[in-house]
Design a protein around this ligand. Structure first.
Ligand SMILES: Cc1ncc(COP(=O)(O)O)c(C=O)c1O
Length: 398
């Protein structure tokens, strides 16, 4: 690989040159089953004809004009997303980290409006919100913060899926203005919180007049079987961030807001040169149209059942499997030992998986996979896990 690239990624030794649906092909023409979708991005699979057509058509018309001028498709996308979410306004950017930056700035503006010169935002352990300085500070992962001090001030951290500690923080810190949380942690190991967690957070935020800000960068756009994961809980956030699946591989992020939060930004207070350009918005509109027309939210819920039953059957009796957590098509199989090497073992079996939080096999297949592909993922991953523990046991015996 080229030595003129910075060495910030630990890449696997494969380069893909073509994709179609849930399949990817490498330079040698070997075909792989994609169970990670470019980390929850290509939810409609690779080279989806409707997204490709929308991008090509728009590229022939107009790529970019900047936010100095009106952008018709940006308005349409804002209307569409706010309608789906039951929220009021949208801001567009290019990535998840940028979407969260917008949310954090909204929280600070909200605090300053109430007279707090140093407003605080509650964040959680095991969270991941991005790699900019503010979002890596917000993230509950010491590894990604290491070497980047001084970090941003103004964050208070609590355990994930825990309400009591927040109540304690509220008693000690009058200048808290918001909570930022993932409805299901992605990078943190696919932790699915109690079904009442978001409702309890909503109640706390209402009680203290804090903004409830949900990072749906990974969970949003159908990944959990609803358009947005908060819709499983029957609550509404004040702020929600999106990216990843929104453009199916075309970079786009969004920050949606409700109530007071929806109208805090005034001209000049936030922006992005590329954010919400005609091309990105057309891609996102094609994604939303396809998920709707193909009834993919129901399909994700059916696949959740198929994966749950399949893994229950195939993983039974494997001692080193501690947990199998599934919400829609976000899956985390927690093993007793670190298992990062399984990503390269999986490559040799022509399947793409991911390991996060050191011991959690993470699967994020495209929402368009068929039953046979789902069964192949269950079988291949279960075999990988069995082989892993068998060879480790053999190593110990030897
Ligand atoms: C929940 C969540 N938030 C934010 C981000 C950051 O998104 P991006 O890499 O597009 O900046 C990610 C990326 O993995 C994520 O999973």
């Amino acid at each position: 690989m080229s030595s003129s690239l910075m060495s910030n990624y630990a890449r696997l030794p494969v380069t893909f040159v073509k994709g179609e649906g849930a399949w990817l092909w490498d330079e040698q023409g070997t075909r792989y089953l994609d169970a990670i979708s470019g980390i929850a991005v290509c939810s409609l699979g690779h080279a989806h004809p409707k997204v490709t057509a929308a991008i090509c058509e728009q590229a022939h018309q107009l790529l970019h004009t900047s936010n100095l001028y009106g952008i018709k498709h940006q308005h349409t996308l804002a209307d569409t997303l706010t309608h789906l979410a039951g929220m009021e306004t949208a801001f567009f950017c290019n990535s998840g980290a940028e979407a969260n930056e917008a949310a954090l700035k909204i929280a600070r503006l909200y605090g300053h409006e109430q007279g707090y010169s140093s407003p605080k935002i509650i964040v959680t352990e095991h969270s991941f919100h991005g790699r900019t300085l503010a979002t890596l500070t917000a993230s509950g992962n010491l590894k990604i913060q290491h070497g980047f001090a001084p970090l941003m001030p103004g964050f208070l951290r609590v355990p994930y899926n825990n309400i009591q500690d927040i109540q304690q923080l509220a008693a000690d810190n009058p200048d808290i203005v918001a909570i930022l949380v993932e409805p299901v942690t992605g990078e943190g190991g696919v932790i699915v919180p109690d079904s009442t967690y978001l409702q309890e957070l909503r109640a706390l935020c209402d009680q203290h007049r804090w903004l409830l800000m949900l990072d749906e960068v990974q969970t949003g756009i159908g990944r959990t079987g609803q358009w947005f994961a908060f819709q499983h809980s029957g609550i509404l956030p004040d702020v929600m961030t999106l990216a990843k699946g929104l453009g199916n591989g075309f970079p786009i992020g969004a920050c949606l807001a409700n109530g007071t939060a929806a109208y805090l930004f005034k001209p000049g207070q936030h922006g992005s040169t590329f954010g919400g350009n005609p091309l990105a918005c057309r891609a996102a509109l094609a994604v939303i149209e396809t998920i709707t027309q193909d009834n993919l939210l129901q399909r994700v819920r059916d696949l959740e059942t198929q994966f749950t039953l399949g893994f229950q059957e195939q993983l039974v009796g494997i001692e080193g499997v501690l947990d199998c957590r599934i919400k829609g098509l976000m899956m985390g199989i927690e093993l007793a030992w670190p298992c990062g090497q399984l990503t390269s073992t999986a490559l040799t079996k022509q399947i793409l998986i991911n390991v996060t939080a050191e011991r959690v096999i993470r699967l994020l297949p495209p929402l368009i996979i068929n039953d046979a592909q789902a069964n192949d993922i269950i079988t291949l991953v279960s075999h990988l896990i069995r082989d892993y523990f068998n060879s480790a046991a053999a190593g110990q015996r030897g």
